[in-house]
Design a protein around this ligand. Structure first.
Ligand code: AHR
Length: 359
């Protein structure tokens, strides 16, 4: 049987197979984790997409981007599996895509590691694999055809550079900065890269890194983590959140504790730094509750589609594709940040900018 499954019959077969195959792992082809295959055309390519979950504004925008790029109108059958942030679910989803003999597998991995056997299985099945968003451990590089995503270490270095330059301008001594980190999913490349940048900067600049707490990239966990951190470390004055949703939760907890979010840490305010630059996050920059956000761009759909189009046409492309990203603040107190020997402009947030970005 050819690897390509075509035609109307495919959609029906897919729904049945996915339901049966995924039922045992808490996912279902059209249920909790799965979204039904689009109506298929005779020559449509079938894409199995293994998504992380729905933990954040970023993730929802990213899912929309993939769904738009691989719509039936654009000539694709998209099999969308949401692993609900459970690594085992994602491995099962990939195995089921192999069983279904999809044309391409697109994987946004929850974790960097733990992929040993299943990636060999994808390779043996001869299905091209495109990794997007978070990266895999470098030891897996031979198993995928392309990766497109963000440089999380660089994102972190830019935000840390902003903090260092802001502290210098405000006349703050390095030892005055008492930081905590609300971490994203432990072991995800986004968490690993952003934390590595923070650790490096704290050591280089003499900041006090008081503690890390799990936030799992969600608002609810961000709030919980912040509440506990405030109880244990009332002296903290900078919160480095691994994404905007954690920052929203941190803001809730800080204000519930009767404290104020802002940049005037000498007067008791708590400064929040974040990543993503979703509309609500940028609005909090305008309101002065978040001091600085390192952009993480979610629009990978068209990028992945371009790679697949090139693979279909037998054209060459860069295997590793890093997306360029910005950094945002409320004003130009810090005009540029410096990371990896390069200067990056800081973009001042305005209402027009938030509207134009649209997510
Ligand atoms: O992998 C990207 C990260 O995952 C984003 O920063 C976060 O919001 C998402 O859930």
């Amino acid at each position: 049987m050819s690897r390509r499954i075509k035609g109307i019959a495919y959609a029906a077969v897919t729904t049945v197979l996915l339901s049966a195959a995924l039922g045992g792992c808490g996912l279902a082809g059209t249920g909790s984790g799965g979204r039904e295959a689009q109506t298929s055309k005779e020559d449509a390519l079938t894409i199995g997409f293994a998504q992380v979950g729905e933990e954040s504004d970023w993730r929802r925008a990213n899912s929309r981007s993939i769904e738009d790029a691989f719509s039936a109108e654009n000539g694709y059958n998209l099999l969308f599996e949401d692993a609900q942030n459970v690594p085992e679910n994602q491995i099962k989803a990939v195995r089921n895509f192999i069983q279904l003999q999809v044309d391409y597998i697109v994987l946004e991995p929850i974790l960097e590691t733990g992929w040993d056997t299943v990636l060999e299985e994808v390779h043996e099945a001869g299905i091209p694999l495109i990794v997007a968003d978070r990266s895999l451990d470098p030891s897996y590089e031979e198993y995928y055809d392309a990766w497109v995503g963000a440089d999380y270490l660089l994102e972190g270095r830019k935000v840390c550079s902003w903090l260092q330059k802001y502290a210098e301008q405000a006349g703050l001594e390095p030892g005055e900065l008492k930081l905590v980190n609300i971490q994203g999913t432990i072991g995800s490349s986004a968490q690993i890269g952003r934390y590595a940048a923070l650790e490096e900067a704290a050591e280089a600049n003499g900041w006090t890194l008081l503690a890390q707490a799990r936030g799992d990239f969600t608002q609810a966990k961000g709030r919980e983590a912040m509440q506990e951190l405030l109880e244990t470390y009332p002296e903290l004055n900078v919160v480095y959140c691994d994404n905007d949703n954690e920052a929203y939760g941190a803001i809730d907890a800080i204000e519930a504790a009767g404290r104020v979010c802002g940049r005037d840490i000498r007067n008791g305010e708590i400064m929040i730094l974040s990543f993503d630059a979703a509309a609500q996050g940028l609005t909090e920059v305008l309101n002065g509750r978040i001091a600085c956000i390192g952009e993480c761009n979610p629009h990978h759909g068209p990028r992945v589609r371009e790679i697949i189009t090139k693979l279909e046409a037998g054209e060459t492309f860069e295997k590793i594709q890093r997306v360029e990203e910005g950094i945002f603040a409320a004003d130009q107190t810090v005009k540029t940040v410096t990371a990896e020997e390069q200067e990056y402009p800081v973009t001042v947030v305005t209402e027009e900018l938030i509207e134009a970005r649209g997510y």
